[in-house]
Design a protein around this ligand. Structure first.
Ligand SMILES: Cc1cc2nc3c(=O)[nH]c(=O)nc-3n(C[C@H](O)[C@H](O)[C@H](O)COP(=O)(O)OP(=O)(O)OC[C@H]3O[C@@H](n4cnc5c(N)ncnc54)[C@H](O)[C@@H]3O)c2cc1C
Length: 167
């Protein structure tokens, strides 16, 4: 399968979702390619007990949608992972983002052809996306990291089982 877009965004976390929304507003065709099966990035992958944000929920909200800012009520001062994921899903629904997000698509390579001024991205199934611009909205923590002291691996392994492996 081969497809073309103006801006290919890798990652449907908070950054990728916002970028898609902004580009749409500017009339620029864009498409997100996301390894996971849903939006939310960090909050899609990290489902271990007790996961929550460490800044106040009200600060951990998109600022671009004033109406949503007024409507959305966080149930706790420091929201838990399920609630933040629900929020991300709500934003995706509200702004109809999913129609331009391709889930379960892990990009394995991104190559730039300077002469043609074009990126070619290839996913895990050999699917090809070409784009004039490529934005890596891949976050800070895409690979599983096990602490390097004896026994730490066993402690961490269960918690990290949902995390994506590095491309
Ligand atoms: C437990 C926890 C608590 C946190 N609390 C806070 C907080 O309180 N305040 C704060 O500011 N930040 C916090 N963070 C940091 C958090 O990661 C960021 O706030 C934010 O969610 C990052 O969003 P992002 O869109 O940049 O990246 P991410 O949410 O990491 O999204 C990146 C996306 O890119 C996708 N991706 C990566 N590589 C590929 C590939 N090759 N192909 C396709 N898709 C790919 C991933 O699947 C993922 O969905 C916390 C993180 C964790 C884990």
């Amino acid at each position: 399968m081969e497809q073309r877009t103006e801006v290919a965004i890798i990652g449907a976390g908070f950054a990728g979702m916002y970028l898609l929304h902004r580009l749409r507003g500017l009339g620029v065709p864009a498409r997100i390619l996301e390894a996971g099966g849903g939006v939310g990035g960090t909050w899609y992958w990290n489902r271990y007990p007790g996961a929550r944000c460490d800044i106040e929920s009200i600060q951990y909200s998109y600022q671009f949608d004033a109406e949503l800012q007024q409507q959305w009520e966080w149930s706790e001062r420091y929201a838990t992972q399920p609630e933040i994921l629900k929020y991300a899903e709500h934003v995706a629904d509200r702004h109809d983002l999913r129609q331009d997000i391709q889930f379960n698509t892990r990009i394995r390579s991104a190559t730039h052809d300077e002469a043609a001024s074009e990126w070619t991205l290839i996913d895990q199934d050999g699917g090809v996306t070409t784009a004039r611009f490529c934005v890596m909205a891949t976050g800070l923590s895409i690979g599983s990291q096990l602490a390097a002291y004896p026994g730490a691996g066993e402690l961490c392994r269960a918690d990290l089982s949902h995390r994506p492996m590095a491309a």
